[in-house]
Ligand binder design. Structure first.
Ligand code: PBG
Length: 325
């Protein structure tokens, strides 16, 4: 028997290749991130994220409706508050941009899932993901009640899913307890369980104005030299009550995504982060890559590695193009 001929016979036509393909990417696998700013009628291009915009809550509702109509099931909201302070107090305000946008989106398109990113880094004047001690390091335990308060106000505004991205220890349990106590037992938690300290968040920090003013996040984000640690982080968050997990970034961590999605007893998604998007956009702009094919390949690779869903800045565009096909 000729073992070489067998795969060749399966590659001979497009229909044959489609018939046997293992991986299928659909609009329903994608989540579109949106950056919400204060104001009305605001649509401002984000320089660091070509093609993405800062949106005021009213514009976010308009955008959400288009995203929903393209077949994307969820948006992930980040907020830029009107003011920042040491404790990130705007994170828990019902009149903050994310909470306002959530209310408007759920009113305009009730079925579309709203995932609220829960973290303090966009809200603190120092840019760290938690409150600081005198010595400038993050105080894990003092941060937990602030995160819980933020999550409760996001749930109160109508968020379907709370997504803690801060990486404090014990935060999933703290958020679950806070949500349950406030009567939001039905609000799901998507934990950024496996989040590496990564240079690939660069453009996001410009978009969210959340670059740390001093130091870096190595005290609370994971060391990218370690893969097995991801399984421990995932197990801890599942024990604490996470309904779903994320591995982040995506493309440089396909091995981790593959291992975690195989081991975890809950659905695992990934985040194709701002730096991955920027790489593709920059190379395509110079004519060094076929943009659409490279985007397609990068998303399918994440799915093949085990992602049940993908948070990506390409979600809306990809879904619109899929509709047109
Ligand atoms: C912060 C947060 C970050 C991202 C999502 N949530 C940045 C960070 O940890 O510095 C990055 C997303 C991206 O790069 O697209 N809580």
């Amino acid at each position: 028997m000729n073992l070489i001929e067998r795969p060749r016979r399966l590659r001979q036509s497009r229909m044959m290749r489609d018939l046997v393909a293992e991986t299928d990417l659909r609009a329903k696998d994608l989540v579109q991130p949106l950056f919400i700013v204060p104001g009305q009628g605001v649509r401002r291009p984000i320089a660091a994220l070509v093609g993405q915009e800062h949106l005021s809550p009213d514009e976010a509702a308009v955008e959400a409706e288009r995203i929903y109509r393209a077949g994307v099931p969820a948006v992930l909201l980040f907020g830029i508050p009107p003011q920042k302070d040491a404790a990130g107090s705007w994170a828990a305000r019902l009149d903050a941009p994310v909470q306002d946008a959530t209310r408007r989106i759920k009113q305009a398109v009730p079925e579309l899932l709203v995932i609220a990113d829960t973290c303090l880094c966009e809200y603190t004047d120092h840019g760290h993901c938690g409150v600081l001690r005198e010595d400038g390091t993050v105080d894990n335990d003092e941060t937990l009640p602030l995160l819980a308060a933020a999550a409760v106000s996001q749930a109160e505004a109508g968020a379907d899913v709370i997504a803690p991205s801060d990486m404090m220890d014990g935060r999933v349990a703290a958020l679950r307890a806070g949500l349950d106590a406030a009567g939001y037992g039905g609000t799901a938690i998507l934990s950024y369980a496996v989040k590496y300290r990564s240079a690939f968040y660069g453009p996001f920090r410009e978009a969210a104005g959340s670059a740390p003013q001093h130091g870096d996040r190595s005290g609370y984000q994971m060391d990218y030299r370690n893969g097995r640690e991801a399984l421990r982080e995932a197990a801890l968050d599942i024990d604490e009550g996470a309904d779903m997990l994320l591995v982040k970034p995506g493309m440089p961590y396909l091995d981790v995504l593959s291992a975690v999605s195989r081991e975890a007893k809950v659905p695992v998604g990934t985040y194709q982060v701002s730096g991955e998007y920027a790489m593709l956009e920059a190379a395509a702009e110079r004519g060094w890559l076929d943009r659409d094919q490279a985007v397609q390949e990068s998303l399918v690779a994440l799915k093949r590695a085990g992602a049940r869903f993908i948070i990506t800045y390409y979600a809306h565009e990809w879904a619109r193009r899929a509709l047109a096909r």
